[in-house]
Design a protein around this ligand. Structure first.
Ligand code: SOE
Length: 388
């Protein structure tokens, strides 16, 4: 017996498209009792949101998120709009008793994130943060190896997240470069992902020390209004404006279990379009993952025979691997958009099982706590405790 879960999606650009695709694909490949229905999509510009509704397959559209969250025919509100909008939408949706999926980072700061967690807990609604890289099969497999003790005691977590889309100083001042809309720059946008993966794979943070830089302090303002600019591309106007977020944030960490971590997030790595690299070294072996080659997990096991030691390349496309049996025959690769399908699948499965999905707003808050501790450490110029 299937149960319809009516989705109300706020946002229709880069992430709006990724999530729309996920709702459409999920029931075609995975089987759950709860089945998402693309009920309504929401955006401020009527012509553009009407077009998106048609193209992505939504039944209806709204131009006001307030109206969307009040609709009685919506069960789950999904938020893919800029970070500054998350809190108000979450509070209103929770008050209406809707389940919520929210893009990362959950909030603009820790205080907001805590309020959002309290709101969903008080309302007893289901809540999930879209840390989609947890749902890459190779990452889920790495987690399985760690939990099974195949890597042993973890000594090092080494993570890079490198992009280059603003390396050109003439690239305009889009919302992701304005603190009042984004909260932070490379830190919240990219470090949030690798912090979440570190918590997932290694455990809780104890202390951090960081360095941040804004290399290009002024940029041309947008030629068109923010609403009409799209995703990671935009046209520059004449007037200049101040960049108010970090271009790069690097930090070191100590984990509670004694492991050491290093993290680097930058948008100034020419040639690195979306390069995420994670290496873990433990007492019994090492793991390596590269997003640009995301169907592979590299594993070195100290238990291998001495004459056969070396990193083995595991192609994570066998039915035994996480999420894969729902897709293609063995050996047929999957990609970036599939991670969002897995997020939706996990949410629907959680509704079936009457559990809260993972990662939840609790993970959103914990990630925000680390982000904020790094910023405090930069201001103070010293190591800072990530307090619970
Ligand atoms: C832009 O930097 C971005 O789209 C991030 O916002 C996403 O979270 C990341 O997955 C890819 O890059």
């Amino acid at each position: 017996m299937s149960r319809k879960i009516n989705i109300g999606l706020v946002g229709y650009k880069f992430m709006g498209k990724a999530h729309s695709n996920a709702y459409r694909k999920m029931p075609m490949f995975f089987t759950t009792e709860s089945v998402p229905v693309l009920k309504a999509i929401c955006g401020r510009t009527e012509k553009a949101v009407a077009q998106a509704a048609k193209k992505f397959g939504w039944e209806s559209y709204e131009v006001s998120w307030e109206k969307l969250v009040e609709r009685k025919d919506i069960d789950l509100v999904d938020i893919t709009t800029p970070n500054a909008t998350h809190k108000d939408i979450v509070l209103a949706a929770a008050a209406e008793g809707k389940d919520i999926l929210c893009e990362k980072p959950l909030a603009m700061n820790l205080e907001q994130a805590k309020k959002m967690l309290k709101a969903v807990e008080d309302a007893s609604v289901k809540h999930m943060v879209c840390f989609n890289y947890r749902k890459v099969p190779a990452i889920s497999l790495a987690k399985r190896f760690i939990d099974e003790g195949r890597v042993g005691k973890i000594y090092h977590f080494r993570a890079l997240y490198l992009q280059d889309w603003i390396a050109d100083p003439q690239f305009p001042l889009v919302w992701r470069l304005r603190k009042e809309v984004a909260g932070s720059g490379a830190h919240g946008d990219l470090n949030s992902h690798i912090i979440d993966l570190a918590r997932y794979l290694v455990g809780e943070f104890d202390q951090v020390v960081g360095a941040q830089e804004t290399f290009i302090k002024e940029r041309p303002k947008l030629k068109v209004s923010e609403e009409l600019a799209s995703g990671l591309t935009a046209e520059a106007g004449e007037e200049m404006g101040e960049v108010t977020v970090d271009d790069a944030t690097l930090f070191l960490a100590r984990f509670k279990n004694g492991a050491l971590g290093s993290f680097e997030a930058t948008r100034f790595a020419p040639g690195r379009r979306n390069c995420q690299r994670i290496e873990i070294n433990g007492s019994k072996g090492s793991l390596l993952f590269e997003l640009e080659d995301m169907n592979k997990l590299w594993f070195y096991s100290c238990d291998d025979a001495e004459d056969a030691q070396g990193f083995r390349r595991i192609q994570v496309t066998e039915p035994i691997h996480p999420y894969i049996d729902a897709w293609w025959p063995p050996g047929h690769i999957i990609g970036y958009e599939h991670t969002f399908v897995h997020v939706v699948y996990d949410f629907m499965k959680a509704i079936d099982e009457e559990k809260n999905p993972s990662p939840s707003f609790i993970d959103g808050v914990e990630c925000q706590r680390v982000l904020e501790a790094v910023e405090n450490s930069v201001q103070k110029g010293c190591w800072v405790k990530v307090k619970l």
